[in-house]
Ligand binder design. Sequence first.
Ligand SMILES: Nc1nc2c(c(=O)[nH]1)N[C@H]1C(S)=C(S)[C@@H](COP(=O)(O)OP(=O)(O)OC[C@H]3O[C@@H](n4cnc5c(N)ncnc54)[C@H](O)[C@@H]3O)O[C@H]1N2
Ligand code: MOO
Length: 355
Amino acid sequence: MSEGKQGTLLKEVPVREAVGLVLAHDLTQIIPGQFKGRLFKKGHVVAESDIPKLLDIGKEHIYILELGDGELHEDDAAGRMALALKDDGLLLTEPHEGKVAVKSALDVPALAVIEPDVVHAINELGEIALATLRTHAVVMPGGQLAATRVIPLVVPEAKVAAVEELVAEYRELHGGRGPIGLKPLRKFRIGMLTTGGEVFSGRIEDRFGPAVRRIVESLGSEIAEQRFSPDDRQTIVKEIHYLRQQSYDMIVVTGGMSVDPDDRTPAAIAEAGARIVNYGTPMLPGSMLLMGYLDGIPIMGLPGCVMHDPYTSFNALLPRILAGDVIDRRDIVTMGYGGLLTAQTWETGIGKRQP
Ligand SMILES: Nc1nc2c(c(=O)[nH]1)N[C@H]1C(S)=C(S)[C@@H](COP(=O)(O)OP(=O)(O)OC[C@H]3O[C@@H](n4cnc5c(N)ncnc54)[C@H](O)[C@@H]3O)O[C@H]1N2
Ligand code: MOO
């Protein structure tokens, strides 16, 4: 027997008695002319089906890791961390190579709701890692929102106990809810008004309808009705009132959102009686977006970029609205930090974190 790191012991064990024990080092297989490489990885837990393979490479005995007091194998540690974090609507994969994936068990798209301070506190512990999506990212059915990971092969159990404690504290303060969760997106029926004389007159083909429909449908909702109007404020107000009477869950008005004399939409939304949360959203593209509420129903003014760019402030806000969040001015104001989506952010994938 020899002593390893952290009081971990190496012990020689006959292969046939090794099922369920942990390999202390990589085991190599060589088949001349065909293969030379790792057959089993250090830390692998020996299964019944591994025994013939081990005998094939000439192992009658192997070194196994005997954990010292207060130590956990990476798989057990990752599994316990994930179990502490598990909430309704989440499922955990089997631990593998010191990692457990936390995925959505829901059959509808959902909004990730993640408390960054708890994630930071867990990662502050060292030797263990928790990687998550950013809060308010969209998670599709079966999609992953977090992973636990253990860095060394063996980790002090106290680290895992500290994770369990941090999560338990959070739950106590939040009615049992954990720091990583999902809010299912509801299926909204949305009324859409497309403004613009050039579209209304048939001079050009409407491109906004298909673009908005694609975004809305990708999140499980629908455009129940689309209407058209010229750039006339009174007509836009009248059409907004019409859509309001249809009891749709939300209203979107497209076009006419910027500074030209024909851009009537923001004024018309206000005149229709909406409470304006913000006209202008500190995100590019999508800066001319208007967010408001009309009798408690979300109403948005969508600028031309929504029809053109793959990801705008509309893509960022819509999932929150569908999850039932009421958007306030602070939500809008804080979108500026990280809200610049350039061609470069697209190439490096930073802007692609949501569909
Ligand atoms: N001087 C400034 N110019 C612009 C500003 C600004 O702040 N100062 N903002 C820019 C930004 S950002 C955007 S986004 C657009 C905003 O566009 P609007 O929402 O006002 O859109 P329109 O002016 O109505 O149209 C722009 C463009 O898109 C075509 N369009 C509009 N609706 C449809 C439709 N349903 N189907 C097909 N094509 C449509 C329209 O014909 C125009 O070509 O303004 C920037 N400029
Ligand atoms: O609303 Mo505009 O992007 O900022 O294109």
